[in-house]
Design a protein around this ligand. Structure first.
Ligand code: AMP
Ligand code: ZN
Length: 116
């Protein structure tokens, strides 16, 4: 837990979020600035700066985040038409919050993977 990390503080219940799924090690909540009709963030409760560091430090927890993302997609009704999972990682990706998180996006056609 980092006192200065936004997502650690959400995981600790110090900052409110609209939680849609929770396990012992993961939390999923709606993105505050949705980029699609469904936009949910899935985080490990433990602090890891990005998904690469998470996978290296704790592969089982990385798997738990993916499993939670899949469960969220199913619960949100996205499995029929499909959805996208994004892990922004580092400056070139535009990662804004340095706590590993999966974006689960869907509910409408999402367009090309990258806008150039
Ligand atoms: P990234 O750019 O991959 O680091 O994504 C960070 C995401 O966190 C952005 O999509 C923000 O809209 C979202 N975000 C920032 N603050 C909050 C918050 N308090 N609750 C929910 N989502 C947030
Ligand atoms: Zn954190």
């Amino acid at each position: 837990m980092s006192d200065t990390c936004l997502f650690c503080r959400i995981a600790a219940g110090e900052i409110p979020a609209t939680v849609v799924h929770e396990t012992g090690t993961t939390l999923a909540f709606r993105d505050i600035g949705p980029k699609a009709p469904v936009h949910v963030l899935v985080i490990p409760k433990a602090h890891h700066a990005n998904v690469g560091e998470l996978a290296e430090a704790d592969p089982a927890l990385a798997g738990a985040v993916l499993a939670a993302a899949g469960a969220v997609a199913k619960a949100e009704g996205l499995t029929g038409d499909g959805y996208r999972i994004i892990f922004n990682t580092g400056p070139h990706s535009g990662q804004e919050v340095d706590h590993a998180h999966a974006h689960v996006l869907g509910g409408a056609p999402l367009g090309p993977m990258l806008c150039q």
